[in-house]
Ligand binder design. Sequence first.
Ligand code: J2J
Length: 543
Amino acid sequence: SAAEGADFTPWPAEFAARYREAGYWRGEPLDQLLRDSARRHGPRTALVCGARRWTHAELDAQVDRVAAGLVRLGLAAGDKVVLQLPNVAEFVLAVFALFRLGALPVFALPAHRRSEIAYFCSFTEARALIVADRHGGFDYRSLAREVCAELGDKAALTHIIVVGEAEEFTSFVALDAEPVALPAPAADGLAFLQLSGGSTGRPKLIPRTHDDYYYSVRASAEICALDAESTYLCALPVAHNFPMSSPGILGVLHAGGCVVLAPDASPDTAFPLIEREGVTITSLVPPLALVWMEAAATRRGELSSLRLLQVGGSRLSDEAARRVLPVLGCHLQQVFGMAEGLVNYTRDDDEDALVIGTQGRAISPDDEVRVVDDDDRDLPDGEAGHLLTRGPYTIRGYFRADVHNARAFTADGFYRTGDIVRRLPGGYLVVEGRGKDQINRGGDKVAAEEVENHLLAHPAVLDAAVVAMPDAYLGERSCAFIVPRGEIPRAMEIARFMRERGLAQFKLPDRIEFVTHFPKTGVGKIDKRALREQVAQKLSAAR
Ligand code: J2J
């Protein structure tokens, strides 16, 4: 793996010095957030998971015990631990315990399967994998067994920790031990690895430092005016960057508020929790916001405590944005963020036109945002172009990915987001589209190349191209165009094959089109724009 490059690309010294001087980087590891909230807000409720509750002080103390349990197991600073949990309190305990230890969580999603989890474990040389016993009708212990079998005996993976019934594995409950003194991890070192939505054959991992992430959390909490009275419903998958840090779980705990974990985001689950716990703020992806507005027509009474609904992850239509206040009775905040760093918010005191028609502006006065043409020349405000950015919480390189980094970052360190945006006066951004080869399935990101590689592994597939097709509910779904090698295989057979590859469900093509050849661009590449138009036309003709 050394051949693939550095674990992380540090900011040049002059930038680091500037970010420290400005007070963004404070030299504090992320677990300090809990130490501080325990000191300031000790007896207040910090976390609610079903019938279980922790105060800030209890949470901080329990994290000490879990960290000690991890040490007793043999885990140490610098170790990678793949974390795949649904929205349960143990996620929060594990994350802070790993931070405290200086070990690095690798954030997997509950939707991930053998192919993804085995890759995360082997690529990061993870020492441990933490999973739930069962969730959503799926047994994660059997997934863990498959992963162990695939990695083999020589893998670094020595511990499987299970929340719930552990069977032959280590139970999360057994991590409880008398607290031990631990040296504080370096704040300018890595805190965790987050997943990139990606556009490449293998998902890229995003190395974030304590310093940079802590800043984005503090600043986000301030922008959202969080305080000890704030109660946040975490209905999106906890491990995603949005509910974790924008301002999410970390921001709310930092402010002394309370995090309520919802096992899923359906109105039937979420609305009663909002009512029972007096939730003031939550975050959703656009398709869920639509579902909530549908349900609120008859159940608005349950939402009376809700002050702010944040929506992000994919583009919210102006039409839907306009309905949030009248239908849900709370304010809308648009959030345009990325796990690589840059996060934009509309602000509380913005005029309606900005809240409804833009995806907000950057967190920091030191976020550098450029909108450029295909040749990296800056465009004037109002013209759509590629969004490039660098700043105090945007990475300078992916984890062990030198070759990709040379393409994904400019020579002077701007991250090429792959988003097409228009900038308005005041720095407000409107997301107009995407340059990257990705499908945004209502916030779930699908890298076309990753799916194409799996399709190409099928003996009957000569060539494959995966593109986005419009969808009224998710915004986009995926369509796989396939050139068969000989006789056309059955679409069902391709679907079965893809399921057996062990991929997250959301990556499976929503539609398959068999063709004899692909349209090509002038330089001989597959013309994906033509394919997108082809399927879009077919869909609208069918309507
Ligand atoms: C259009 N596209 C959007 C939006 C993200 C906060 C909120 C979201 C994410 C996230 C995040 C969008 N309108 N409002 O990490 O902290 C698309 C863009 C972007 C990509 C990043 C956060 N909000 N997007 O979604 O890493 O294409 O982060 O580059 O999953 O989602 O995806 P991800």
